[in-house]
Design a binder for this molecule. Structure first.
Ligand code: XUL
Length: 536
């Protein structure tokens, strides 16, 4: 076959908290094969629960060898699924953000001389010096405070690194290791994020961190795109910059796949490995968000993704270096998402969405002035304690609102909050704006209509694949490859279907509600302590 007619496909991975997933797409970005390994079920010998192990003081870790063994397993499942690895032009991956992998001294040498006759996990059994703290870890409050103090306060840190200090961010995690387990810190010549660790397995050497995931560490100056000396100094010693290595742009082909994969699975020797990144950055690529579009993942928590031209200094939420063409991206994780919606559906409408939607239909858009803020769990954006606040049109608190007003107040309140905080991050509505919804609750048409009206923009649903991070990994592999090869791939135009469009009077109704929401926030008790209740 000639170069032009040869079938081309692209491989993506998602090293998420509970499972490892793999996906092969073709030139149309259509899905060819998928495989999945669930850590607790498929690898019970690691004794994880939900993919992690919990300590008594908020520590949450995972053994990196679990992820290595899961890769052995998922590769075998791809073989069984019939993947022809010789058609794969490029591969890339996504991973849970913030987790750190602590490599041993002999790791790099081991990675470079892997025998294709053996599993990865048997050859890399001594490649790590510690279990990996992951994003659910909340044991580093003291380190967060110390880091903020070292640079001149939370606002200064947010301006510099895109976020105030968060327990799960890797800088505070490294600081804790340096402080409490100095031998581990000294024993590891290199530290990876979960994304760059996973990439290393394919490259046969320790991979560079990508700038987008590196922005989830409280260590990167997001303006100069280099490590902040001050932050490094506050979290470790003079060897830290060397341990981390210099980060690279996310859309970088780091090299060919290692010989191990060529000989064991039949990859082409010139198959490109594109830098892996964090799952949220990968989701931005998977949703193929353009300027002025908003990605909205409606899960246990709700996550908002935006492409940005400038890096602001967010009081809540995160600014990351952009993984695609927008220079920056905003990541807003609202702790109260689907679980909170379900709790109140159960309370107001006896466990039934149909009954809940009946309540919504008994009210009008704007809810006759009733507005609510519902935090069943401590909220992150904005940082606030759990509680429930409902007011009527004149702003007076309402003790016992009727169920139909509560139903609408809950959903409108959530959508209004999403828009207000997106605006705080620099989001501006433009003619071509769109909201792209994914996640479990994106099947709820009534909810999507409310989002369409509040954002005054049509809502589309990502239909092609429910897991935007996984799809994004394969798409990024395809796009970096095609840009380099000068080939336009048939799948590069997004295909999404509109499911809700705003009513003409939407802005008149909801714009004032955004101002009222900001006023309500003034009276809500703030959380003094940092919070890490975010769920994926
Ligand atoms: C983001 C975060 C989570 C993880 C989940 O800041 O902590 O979304 O990336 O995998």
């Amino acid at each position: 076959m000639t170069e032009d007619t040869r079938k081309k496909s692209f491989l993506g991975f998602d090293f998420s908290t509970q499972r490892l997933k793999a996906l092969v797409i073709d030139e149309d970005y259509g899905i060819l094969q998928e495989a999945d390994v669930e850590f607790d079920v498929d690898l019970p010998e690691f004794r994880t629960s939900g993919g992690v192990r919990r300590g008594e003081q908020g520590e949450v870790t995972a053994p990196p060898l679990l992820w290595v063994k899961a890769l052995d397993m998922v590769m075998d499942r791809l073989v069984v699924a019939g993947v022809d690895f010789s058609t794969i032009e490029a591969l890339s991956g996504a991973a849970q953000q913030h987790g750190s992998v602590w490599w041993s001294k002999d790791a790099e040498a081991r990675l470079s001389k892997l025998s294709p006759d053996e599993f990865l996990h048997t050859q890399l059994a001594t490649a790590f010096v510690a279990d990996s703290p992951v994003w659910m870890d909340s044991s580093t409050s003291a380190d967060c405070i110390a880091l903020e103090e070292a640079v001149g306060g939370p606002e200064v840190l947010a301006k510099l690194t895109g976020s105030t200090a968060y327990e799960r961010f890797t800088g505070p995690q490294i600081r804790k290791m340096f402080r409490t387990k100095p031998r581990v810190y000294q024993a590891a010549p290199r530290i990876s994020l979960v994304s760059s660790f996973a990439c290393s397995l394919f490259l046969g050497r320790i991979a560079e961190l990508d700038l987008s995931d590196a922005s989830g560490m409280n260590l990167l100056d997001v303006h100069s795109k280099t490590w902040s000396e001050e932050c490094l100094k506050a979290c470790g010693d003079e060897t830290l910059a060397e341990k981390l290595g210099a980060p690279v742009a996310t859309a970088t082909a780091l090299g060919p796949v290692s010989e191990y994969f060529v000989r064991r699975y039949g990859f082409r020797p010139d198959c490109r490995v594109v830098a892996f990144t964090g799952d949220n950055s990968s989701a931005l690529a998977g949703l193929r968000l353009r300027s002025g579009w908003v990605g909205l993942s409606l899960g246990t928590s709700d996550t908002l993704l935006l492409g940005l031209q400038e890096a602001g200094a967010p009081p809540a939420g995160h600014v990351l270096v952009g993984p695609t063409e927008a220079p920056y991206m905003a990541l807003l994780c609202f702790a109260n998402g689907s679980l909170t919606r379900q709790n109140h559906r159960d309370r107001l409408a006896g466990n039934s969405w149909d009954a809940f939607n009946e309540l919504l239909r008994a009210t009008v858009r704007g809810n006759m002035g009733y507005m609510g803020i519902y935090y069943d769990t401590a909220e992150i954006v904005p940082r606030a304690a759990p509680g429930r606040w409902v007011v009527e049109g004149a702003g007076r608190p309402v003790e016992r609102p009727a169920p139909q007003f509560e139903a609408r107040a809950l959903l409108e309140g959530q959508a209004v909050a999403r828009r207000a905080h997106a605006e705080d991050m620099g989001f501006e509505l433009v003619e071509s704006s769109r909201l792209i919804a994914t996640g479990g609750a994106s099947v709820n048409k009534e909810l999507l209509q409310i989002f369409a009206d509040v954002f005054n923009t049509p809502v589309y649903v990502q239909e092609q694949h429910a897991n935007a991070a996984l799809l994004g990994a394969a798409i990024r592999a395809a796009e970096v490859w095609s840009a380099k090869a000068g080939v336009t791939l048939a799948g590069s135009e997004p295909t999404v279907a509109p499911v809700a469009t705003p009513y003409p009077d939407a802005e008149k109704i909801y714009k004032p509600m955004i101002a009222r929401y900001r006023e309500m926030l003034q009276n809500i008790p703030k959380l003094q302590q940092q919070t890490n209740t975010k769920t994926g």
